[in-house]
Design a protein around this ligand. Structure first.
Ligand code: S3P
Length: 421
């Protein structure tokens, strides 16, 4: 088998959540084309509808009226973020600035994920945030009069940073956030595009928001999701003789760590038709297989490819030599414990993989891999990473939950079948 052709991956998940939230807070009618129609984004849309925003059914081109910066209505029932950490944490910021009380709940996976990281800064701003005794959902927020904060975080998290920026925006107070490494900056870019005063510090990992009284409506084309494109880039990279085109992908530098790593592994990656759309760099990614060498990943690179690290670990089994992932403790706080889950699954397929507290180590050995079964823990990225490994290595991998890809990439199985037939 060779992988050939073109895959247009669906809209970026991070941008889709933010487009709905910023549209809801704007004054006037926002228009969004290319929004991701997935379960996570549906969760955000449903929560906003429950607070009075009339968002139509998600499709390629939607328009809806914002309610202004403090115009959301108190929901009559808990807001269900389902599987989506971005929904829960970004909405926490929005709620903190509204003088009302609301509760956020989620599914079993989201209900295990840490929420103190977002509760603490919002409380420091003056909101009341109640969590379960182990710091997880349900989260009840009583918002109102906020004050300014200068926050220094100990983990690079765009969700935490965005929650604070949104609280500052809605609460009308200046906020500043400094992270240990720069996380994805879509919120900052969108705020700046909509007329809010955003300043990025010299260190790049610091941002200050001086909010205005209103937010302009949004008019945006959402580019393809680089985290979805990564699955196909990896597949093409791992199958000799392959060449694949991925048009209209978001190439924001805070999201391109995986493509950079593929290049460092010896893969030919070219970026074509580069342009800026909706404040985000966008382009076509061309991937040509050229052998594959194991590499080390750590430090500042980690946030730029955080969601692609399970995929990198799978790809590493097909590379020559060792791949080590460091400084990635955050993987344990995602939709599953992605360090433990990836290593256990790789070992079940015959791979030489070892867990580390902050990452993992894989020694490539294509020949040792054999058919087997994988447990996803309902984690969409694990399902897709192991599907790619199965296709690339030509082994049968039984995936316990194929439906969970609906969280970020509902058309994944169809797109995979189209390029591997
Ligand atoms: C996201 C931020 C990242 C990422 C998630 C989406 C966002 O999470 O893993 O898939 O849209 O802000 P963290 O902020 O927890 O690192």
């Amino acid at each position: 088998m060779r992988v050939r052709g073109t895959v247009q991956v669906p809209g970026d998940k991070s941008l889709s959540h933010r487009a709905l939230i910023f549209g809801a807070l704007g004054t006037g009618t926002s228009r969004v084309r290319g929004i991701l129609e997935s379960a996570d984004v549906q969760a955000t849309a449903e929560c906003l509808r429950a607070m009075g925003v009339e968002i139509p059914a998600l499709r390629d081109d939607i328009a809806f009226a914002g309610r202004g910066l403090r115009g959301l209505r108190a929901p009559s029932a808990p807001l269900d973020a389902m599987n989506s950490g971005t929904t829960a944490r970004l909405l926490a910021g929005v709620l903190a600035g509204h003088p009302m009380r609301a509760t956020v709940v989620g599914d079993a996976s989201l209900s295990r994920r840490p929420m103190r990281r977002v509760a603490r800064p919002l409380m420091a701003m003056g909101a009341t945030v109640e969590l379960s005794s182990d710091g997880t959902l349900p989260m009840t927020i009583t918002g109102g009069q906020l004050h300014s904060v200068d926050l220094v975080t100990d983990v690079a998290s765009a969700q935490v940073k965005s929650a604070v920026l949104l609280a500052g925006l809605v609460g009308g107070v200046r906020v500043s956030v400094r992270e240990p490494a720069k996380s994805r900056d879509h919120t900052e870019r969108m705020l700046a595009a909509l007329g809010s005063g955003v300043e990025v510090g010299e260190s790049d990992a610091q941002v200050t928001l001086t909010p205005g009284d209103t937010l302009q409506p949004l008019d945006m084309d959402i580019p393809g999701d680089p985290s979805s494109a990564a699955f196909f880039a990896a597949l093409a990279a791992a199958v000799p003789g392959s060449e694949l085109l991925l048009p209209n992908v978001c190439l924001n530098p805070t999201r391109t760590g995986f493509l950079n790593t593929l290049e460092r592994m010896g893969v030919e990656v070219t970026l074509e038709d580069r342009r800026v759309s909706g404040g985000e760099p966008v382009g076509t990614v061309r991937v040509r297989a050229r052998g594959l060498l194991g590499r080390a990943v750590g430090g500042q690179m980690v946030p730029t490819m955080i969601d692609e690290l399970p995929l990198l670990a799978c790809l590493a089994t097909l590379a020559e030599g060792e791949t080590v992932i460091r400084d990635a403790h955050e993987l344990r706080a995602k939709e599953s414990d992605r360090i433990a889950a990836v290593v256990a699954n790789l070992r079940a397929l015959g791979a030489d993989a070892e867990e580390r507290p902050d990452g993992l180590r894989v020694m490539g050995n294509r020949g040792a891999l054999h058919a087997g079964a994988v447990t996803t823990f309902g984690d969409h990225r694990l399902a897709m990473a192991f599907a790619v490994l199965g296709a690339a290595a030509g082994i049968d991998i039984a995936i316990d939950d194929r439906a969970c890809v609906a969280v970020s990439y509902p058309g994944f199985w169809g797109d995979l079948a189209a390029v591997t037939q």
